[in-house]
Design a protein around this ligand. Structure first.
Ligand SMILES: Nc1ncnc2c1ncn2[C@@H]1O[C@H](COP(=O)(O)OP(=O)(O)O)[C@@H](O)[C@H]1O
Ligand SMILES: [Mg+2]
Length: 251
């Protein structure tokens, strides 16, 4: 579904990506792990269109997307989630959903949400869709609360729900369980698995090895902007190079 090949990306003189490649199969939950600074977030920024690589290609459904902006990639189904920023935290959960889309029409839907007299059929449909998605991820009761009142895990569910407003085919999640309680980590995992079973594809950068083991196959291991290896959880954890990348040469 998505192929990244031989990507390079430098910041100043420093190569954050040095020929990194990745293949994501449709309906997979592909995991990406590696030590801090390995280039994982940079890779997602290149896949999502936030950063242009110096060389290499990103092909989504048989077409290079390097010339497409973030919103243009989202329109064809390639969506990277973003943290609920301080500004978005001031808006309600529903307003966050309506700003997300679909297809950039969310802004007018949001305007009509705060000016109910002007609601048109299209905007009513966006509100109905947002309500359904919030219900699906267990945030239905929080629609009218400021997003900043949500717990860490609930914010992550909102990030995913915002992405779902864009009607994605693949969602890129950068550390979805960071700062999330064990109970909410479980709920997030179930939500991601449920969405995959409905036909979505995921790529997930994650530090929690239990989450990786339970959700992800295959798993790519990056180190210093390069591919170290990829395979099943059992394969990568049996790999001495992976251990030494994490633990240093002593391992
Ligand atoms: N905008 C930037 N400017 C300068 N250096 C950056 C920038 N983004 C990332 N880097 C550097 O690139 C390397 C990879 O970063 P990153 O992709 O965030 O790694 P990871 O997500 O695997 O921890 C790090 O050394 C980081 O300091
Ligand atoms: Mg990162």
């Amino acid at each position: 579904m998505l192929t990244a090949s031989a990507l390079t990306k430098s910041f100043g003189g420093f190569e954050a990506l040095s020929g990194c490649s990745l293949e994501i199969a449709r309906h997979s939950i592909t995991g990406i792990i590696g030590p801090n600074g390995a280039g994982k977030t940079t890779l997602f920024n290149v896949l999502g269109g936030l950063l242009a690589p110096e060389s290499g290609d990103v092909v989504f459904e048989d077409r290079s997307v390097l010339g497409l902006r973030v919103d243009e990639r989202a329109r064809i189904g390639l969506v990277r989630t973003f943290q609920i920023s301080r500004e978005l935290g001031e808006l309600t959960v529903m307003e966050n959903m309506l700003l997300a889309g679909p297809h950039q029409s969310g802004e007018s839907a949001w305007r009509c949400f705060v000016q109910p007299g002007r609601v048109r059929a299209e905007e009513r449909a966006a509100i109905a869709r947002a309500s359904g998605l919030l219900e699906q991820v267990g945030l239905g009761g929080h629609a009218n609360e400021p997003a900043k009142n949500l717990s860490g895990g609930q914010k992550k569910l909102l990030e995913i729900s915002r992405a779902l407003m864009l009607e994605p085919k693949i969602i890129l999640l950068d550390e979805p369980t960071a700062g999330v309680s064990p109970a909410m980590t479980e709920a997030l995992g179930q939500t991601i698995l449920g969405l995959r079973n409905q036909g979505l594809t995921f790529a997930i950068i994650e530090h929690d090895m239990d989450v990786i083991a339970r959700l992800c196959a295959p798993i790519y291991v990056l180190a210093q902007g390069r591919n170290l290896t990829h395979g099943s959880f059992r394969e990568i954890t049996g790999n001495a190079e992976v251990l030494s990348a994490y633990l240093g040469k002593a391992a």
